[in-house]
Design a protein around this ligand. Sequence first.
Ligand code: NDP
Length: 282
Amino acid sequence: RTFTVPTVELPAGQQIPALGQGTWGLGEDPAYHDDEIAALRTGLDLEMTIIDTAEMYGDGTAEQLVGDAVFDRRDDAFIVTKVLPSHAGRPDTLRACEASLHRLRTDYIDLYLLHWPSPVPLDETVDAFTTLQEQGKIRFWGVSNFDGVDLMELTAVPDGGSVQTDQVLYNLAHRGIEWDLLPACQRGGPLIMAYSPFDHRGTVLRHPTVAAVADRHGVTPAQVAIAWVLRQDGVSTIPKASTPEHTRENHGALAVRLDLEDYAALDRAFPPPDGPRPLEMI
Ligand code: NDP
């Protein structure tokens, strides 16, 4: 399909929108169900088609919410879900995928990720992903919270080079990946999918410098935070929103053009890394 929103390309050649939607914390309280469904469906209407979830979130309730949001428009969504490291063994991954498919009310997952590195040898997990791909149950697979060394180990196992994404923490307050992981991925590695663009609890949104940049452009802090992440080539991001209003506001970030003055002010408030840093995660 073609998009009017900016897209990024997976190594396999598939175009996906640069801006998607997260779901951590959604689906846990029935009182918010309708708002949360409306938030996700508004995002689909706006072509924020990536919906990121995980078997871990709410012990499956986030996946169920996603299933409710997309059941009558499955092909509008690019569903990303994740297998827990404790399920990274081959039989466990195959079982976990079936359970996710059931909760998601679909017969395929677009992108299936290993949630963070596991003690299970990587060749076993990759073997399970390859089987799931052959069975048509997943279209692509990737990883999350992998640092550069983890990625090197991954690409050394059979079929490990088929990894499509590394989903990692990246926002104004956590810039460590700019030192090495991000440039390495931009040079032909997996696509970086930036999680927690507002730093999970929204702390960057309350920072005075972010507010000042937002005021300069007549936009909101959330829109600045997203536009800043998306200034990087080959990066997508997945803010989580519980209401259609927040989803629409986040989509509005695509119209924001930050300039050199903004970048300089933000660099002073949130300095870029000056050396290698261990990969941070939430
Ligand atoms: P985010 O950085 O996306 O921040 C979410 C918070 O921002 C919520 O409190 C939300 O409030 C608020 N918010 C959303 N839109 C706006 C807005 N326009 N204005 C003001 N506040 C807003 O945090 P997450 O940690 O949820 O990260 C995003 C997604 O990334 C997750 O949901 C998950 O899918 C993924 N993730 C993956 C991880 C991994 O290990 N792979 C780890 C962490 C996250 P409200 O809900 O009220 O809209």
